[in-house]
Ligand binder design. Structure first.
Ligand code: ATP
Ligand code: MG
Length: 201
């Protein structure tokens, strides 16, 4: 095959591909607030959500963040996003269960936290809400899944919600529009490297 025949075949293939992609884009013509779940054991769940916060702010949108399990208070994302006018940042958890070691207090903390989230879920001025590590209070039974699903369902129609955390319950994934599972292939921590600023915190 000559170079020009190869180029001709490539053009024809790309033309067909473009028609398929354009048709798929034309079919997706609805607008609505989305529920996204970022789950799985691999790194990248919370940082993906923070990436979408940056996108939303770039479009002038207003963002609410609720962090349910918070192991440390010196993260780069909190320092950065707290300075942004259009971000409201709530830390609702007191730390990991193995640090707090108090089941009743963990449950109360989660439920107080959910009351704050409910206010945001009733407020259409929030275009995006990030519920970071919400899967844990659900998994441990500190929050009632039915109640949470109901509150999510009744939020303003154009409001986006992103939920992060390992082991997202099936019912939550069923209710979501986009679900991504991060796959843990390798993590530096396991070879003895401590959490690095700018990458892990
Ligand atoms: P990130 O905030 O980096 O996107 P994540 O939200 O996916 O991570 P979490 O389970 O919330 O993961 O854990 C947060 C911290 O734990 C980060 O410092 C992250 O690098 C680290 N981490 C995430 N996944 C793993 C893993 N599979 N093994 C060891 N450490 C991990
Ligand atoms: Mg996380």
């Amino acid at each position: 095959m000559t170079d020009s025949e190869r180029a001709q075949r490539h053009r024809a293939r790309m033309q067909r591909k473009k028609e398929v992609i354009d048709a798929a884009i034309a079919r997706a013509d609805r607008k609505q607030g989305l529920l996204l779940i970022l789950t799985g054991n691999g790194k990248g769940k919370s940082s993906s959500a923070f990436g979408m916060i940056a996108r939303a702010l770039g479009h002038g949108m207003r963002v609410g963040v609720a962090q349910f399990i918070k192991g440390r208070s010196d993260t780069g994302e909190e320092a950065f996003f707290r300075k942004q006018n259009h971000v409201v940042w709530h830390v609702l958890g007191e730390g990991y269960t193995w640090d707090t070691q108090n089941l009743d207090r963990d449950r109360e903390t989660a439920q107080r936290g959910w009351a704050i989230v409910q206010e945001m879920l009733h407020d259409p001025s929030f275009d995006l809400i990030v519920l970071d590590e919400l899967t844990y209070p659900l998994k441990f039974g500190w929050l009632d899944l039915i109640l949470v699903l109901n509150d999510l369902k009744n939020r303003p129609p154009m409001q986006h919600v992103i939920i992060t955390g390992r082991g997202a319950p099936k019912e939550l994934c069923d209710a979501a529009d986009t679900v991504t599972e991060m796959n843990d292939i390798k993590h530096a921590f396991r070879s003895g490297i401590q959490a690095q600023e700018g990458i892990d915190l």
